[in-house]
Design a protein around this ligand. Structure first.
Ligand code: ADP
Length: 624
């Protein structure tokens, strides 16, 4: 028999599994049952929708056999099975191997992260077995094949005998060690309790022949044992149960079993709606973003069932992009089994359900924001970006839905604030909602242009993510209050003496001389209305701020977009006097001063002077 090698990553993962010290090895059973259930789902759906297949509900089940003598544990299913090629492709490589995070975790042999964050499906068998054999016969095929492996050294595939369609996974359970009692997994009671614990809601019967005892006939004290088939799981899917019977724990277990995520969900939502369109749904708001969430590989969507039969794994039409983090399922008797993907998009019932779900998710998030602040902040750290992109995309069409869900860091104690809270604590006379963007909160607060605003006792939103400013600019205002960047070249509404003073008139010549030196580097030079103790700052005009310019520069295919920069000079600062004096008496010195002040303004904004060496030399010249 020819032995084949695993792909490099699979091999590393298997080594890790074989030598695993992971404490919850028992999850291997959940993984095998969940694979079996998926295979049954596929077959069940096929049988229901294909008139050529005779359908008998009793044909769909999972069977577990534990044999202490041969130390084998079998998990059999009557699902769709695998062809030779599928055995090779599905079991010889790992599905997640494309993702960089996964690769890194494997390379670093980061066991906890791999099992905790990615799950390892079928391969987790190697945590408890020396040898794994899979015998499978695919639907529509007369041939069966056997896949065998003893771990990282490779696997072999050969023809096999199998009467019925489906898959049989046979584990040769490891010998007990000092630390681990593997024999436990061959114990019927243990297996039964593991099924109850992890797989109770599987919709197909999980059968096992178990040993029971009863009083011997005609005796009132002597017992005899006998063997009997038992269905281990309750089989009622969780979404068909009454909310009252279910505990938080049940929802959490279901979340894990379904691989919706490996974290502890922040919130679950159980909907049971009756009406023109009846449906049940279980939705989850995860606490952590899945490893591929912010990549293009991520697919949003909910599982879609029609009267308990799975018709689609990821129905994207059920979720708007801005709620793409929601996990879960929808089951409705109003949807046809045979509906195609294309038709679904236009299905009125589906649209109705999607709308209701969005409304419900928004409601839950708002409640969380009001009642469970810490949880909400955790949610926002994971998924706030998605909401903000939601505000920004589609030219702000979702502003109304999302604006109340946004929170931003604020100059008040650098804590999160919601826009409504910001408005409610605004002092009288404040005209705008102020913001500043950058990547370091302390530095943002020290920006010269923030000083006067803060002095007035006004709160400033600290925008730390690139998307923030794009989103706020797209929104324009919140409940009638305009957003205003403290770096805006226009009026900041500070209603200060300074604001009246800002007259260019008497120094017109000076300002045009400065502009002359700086040329196109700035759009304009003007006396500042917003500076207090600092001599200069840069502000910007138009669509692009300086922070946005910085961000756009790193975008793929960046065109060299520039913000329209205004150099503002504080006429109340001594430096302004020195500048004026140089302008009148010493052109060379004037030139030096202008360039240094401009360079300084750039540095404050986190930008480099165009010629850093020249700037440094200028400082030296000044010292001499
Ligand atoms: P995942 O279930 O996350 O895709 P696994 O490693 O558990 O990853 O399984 C890999 C693939 O092998 C599955 O996606 C499925 O196509 C196939 N597979 C596993 N177990 C079975 C089974 N019992 N019947 C049919 N196909 C299976």
């Amino acid at each position: 028999m020819e032995k084949k090698q695993f792909k490099a990553e699979s091999k590393r993962l298997l080594e890790l599994m074989v030598n695993s010290i992971y404490t919850h090895k028992e999850i291997f059973l959940r993984e095998l049952i969940s694979n079996a259930s998926d295979a049954l789902d596929k077959m069940y759906y096929k049988a229901l929708t294909d008139p050529d297949i005779t359908f008998n509900k009793d044909d769909y089940y999972i069977r577990i056999e534990a044999d202490k003598d041969s130390r084998t544990l079998k998990v059999k299913d009557t699902g769709i099975g695998m062809t030779k090629k599928e055995l090779e492709n599905n079991l010889g490589t790992i599905a997640k191997s494309g993702s960089l995070e996964f690769k890194n975790a494997i390379e670093q042999k980061d066991e906890i992260n791999i099992i905790g964050q990615f799950g390892v499906g079928f391969y987790s068998s190697f945590m408890v077995a020396d040898k794994v054999t899979v015998i499978s016969r695919a639907f529509g095929s007369g041939e069966a094949y056997k896949w065998e492996s003893e771990g990282a050294n490779g696997y072999a595939i050969s023809p096999a005998e199998k009467a019925e369609m489906g898959t049989e996974v046979i584990l040769k359970i490891k010998a007990d060690t000092e630390d681990e009692n593997y024999s436990d997994f061959l114990d019927e009671h243990r297996v039964r309790s593991l099924v109850k614990k992890y797989s109770d809601f599987i919709r197909y019967p999980i059968k096992m022949t178990v040993t029971k005892s009863r009083l011997k006939e005609g005796s009132d004290s002597e017992y005899e044992t006998y063997r009997e088939d038992e269905v281990l799981n309750s089989m009622v899917p969780i979404w068909r149960r009454n909310k009252g019977e279910l505990k938080e724990e049940d929802y959490e277990k279901f979340y894990k079993e379904k691989h919706y995520g490996w974290d502890k969900p922040l919130k679950y939502i159980h909907i049971n709606a009756e009406g023109t369109v009846s449906y049940r749904a279980i939705l989850y708001i995860p606490s952590a973003a899945p490893f591929d969430y912010y990549t293009k590989d991520y697919q949003k969507g909910l599982e879609l069932y029609s009267s308990g039969v799975l018709i689609m794994n990821k129905c994207a039409d059920l979720l708007p992009d801005y709620f793409s983090f929601v996990q879960g399922l929808v089951d409705s008797e109003n949807l046809s089994l045979n509906i195609s993907r294309e038709m679904l998009q236009h299905d009125r019932q589906l649209k109705f359900i999607a709308k209701r779900i969005s409304g419900k998710v928004k409601g839950e998030l708002l409640d969380m924001l009001k009642g469970e602040r810490e949880k909400y902040e955790q949610f926002f750290k994971s998924f706030g970006r998605t909401l903000k992109y939601g505000v920004y995309s589609g030219y702000g069409i979702n502003k109304e839905v999302l604006e109340d869900l946004l929170i931003f860091y604020s100059s008040r104690e650098k804590k999160y604030v919601a826009l409504e809270e910001y408005l409610s604590r605004m002092p009288e006379g404040q005209k705008y909602i102020y913001y500043v963007s950058g990547d370091d909160m302390d530095r943002m607060l020290k920006l010269p242009q923030a000083e006067l605003v803060l002095d007035k006792g006004y709160e400033i939103l600290l925008l730390t993510e690139e998307v923030d400013e794009f989103a706020l600019r797209m929104m324009g205002s919140y409940k009638g209050k305009e957003f205003k960047s403290v770096s805006d070249s226009g009026d900041l509404g500070l209603d200060d003496k300074k604001e009246e003073k800002g007259e260019e008139g008497q120094n017109k010549e000076l300002y045009s001389a400065i502009k002359e030196i700086l040329k196109d580097k700035v759009k304009d030079v003007k006396p500042s209305k917003k500076l207090k103790t600092h001599p200069v700052c840069l502000s910007s005009e138009g669509l692009l701020s300086i922070e946005m310019e910085k961000f756009m520069r790193h975008m793929p295919g960046a065109q060299n977009l520039k913000a329209e920069k205004i150099l503002e000079i504080n006429e109340g600062h001594p430096v302004s006097g020195a500048l004026k004096e140089a302008f009148e008496k010493d052109k060379e010195k004037f030139n030096l001063y202008v360039n240094l002040l401009y360079g300084q303004a750039l540095i404050i904004e986190g930008l480099l002077p165009e010629d850093p060496v020249e700037f440094a030399n200028g400082v030296c010249r000044l010292m001499n």
